[in-house]
Ligand binder design. Structure first.
Ligand SMILES: Nc1nc2c(ncn2[C@@H]2O[C@H](COP(=O)(O)OP(=O)(O)O)[C@@H](O)[C@H]2O)c(=O)[nH]1
Ligand SMILES: [Mg+2]
Length: 234
């Protein structure tokens, strides 16, 4: 009999007042038949993200709002704060702008039930595509980043940065994640890979929303520095 998995969807949010409501409602509508919790984690925002998330949490017991005002923790840091309180079998990391639609979670769950420990969304794998492209500068940075990661870490995957990662919650217990900035996903994949766990890539449809919190300069330089430190074990 196939295992029925419960799911915690985590949205790390930084200044997402325009997106939180839709992210929550679309997730509940799409995955409402599952045993589900939706965790809206916010840090360092200067807009109404925390307030909106709190009112969504007040209106539905499946929704939880976490807020860390003051310092920005990074997408990875925010995700880990959410993961600390996540209570279900499987954790899903998604972007609040829904560049990837929550319907993809179902396919990922099937793969987890069949034995994968981590499923990573890929715009470049079979079945993956971009509906609205990113700017040429982002696409170029993505290609350079991917090549660098493959060379530095000997990883075979086709997309490290895609904002869609689905994992058994228990795998996080044994993995120490210290890079909270944009290179977070690479650290996750590398350490899960090194631990000998099963990673599967899954093609996903990506719709660029054109409102990024990533600024190529200085973020690309910080990512490069982060990657090198990660490789050096720091
Ligand atoms: N909690 C938290 N989330 C962040 C931070 N920086 C970015 N994010 C979130 O990470 C996700 C991806 O960010 P986005 O700007 O869409 O990046 P892009 O699509 O890769 O250009 C979104 O849900 C952001 O709100 C941060 O410092 N803290
Ligand atoms: Mg985005």
């Amino acid at each position: 009999m196939e295992e029925t998995l419960s799911v915690s969807v985590i949205f790390p949010c930084y200044n997402e007042e325009r997106n939180v409501e839709k992210a929550v409602s679309e997730t509940l509508d799409t995955l409402g038949d599952l045993e589900l919790e939706v965790i809206m984690e916010e840090d360092g925002s200067s807009d109404r993200t925390a307030e909106i998330a709190r009112s969504l949490a007040d209106g539905d017991p499946r929704v939880r709002a976490l807020s860390f005002p003051g310092a920005r923790l990074g997408r990875g840091g925010g995700f880990l704060k959410g993961a600390e309180v996540a209570s279900k079998d499987v954790i899903v990391l998604m972007d609040a702008d829904l560049a990837i639609h929550p319907r993809h979670v179902r396919d990922a769950l099937e793969r987890i039930a069949a034995g994968a420990d981590l499923v990573i969304g890929s715009r470049n794998a079979h079945g993956g595509r971009r509906i609205v492209n990113q700017t040429w500068a982002r696409v170029l940075t993505g290609v350079v980043y991917r090549t660098l990661v493959r060379l530095l870490f000997f990883l075979p995957h086709s997309d490290f940065q895609c904002g869609f990662k689905v994992m058994r919650r228990r795998i996080l217990d044994d993995i120490d994640l210290t890079h909270w900035d944009w290179e977070f996903d690479t650290e996750l994949i590398w350490k899960v890979h090194r631990a000998g766990l099963v990673i599967e890539e899954m093609g996903i449809v990506w719709t660029e929303r054109g409102d990024s919190r990533l600024h190529i300069f200085p973020d690309a330089l910080r990512m490069l520095r982060g990657l090198i430190l990660l490789r050096l074990g720091r």
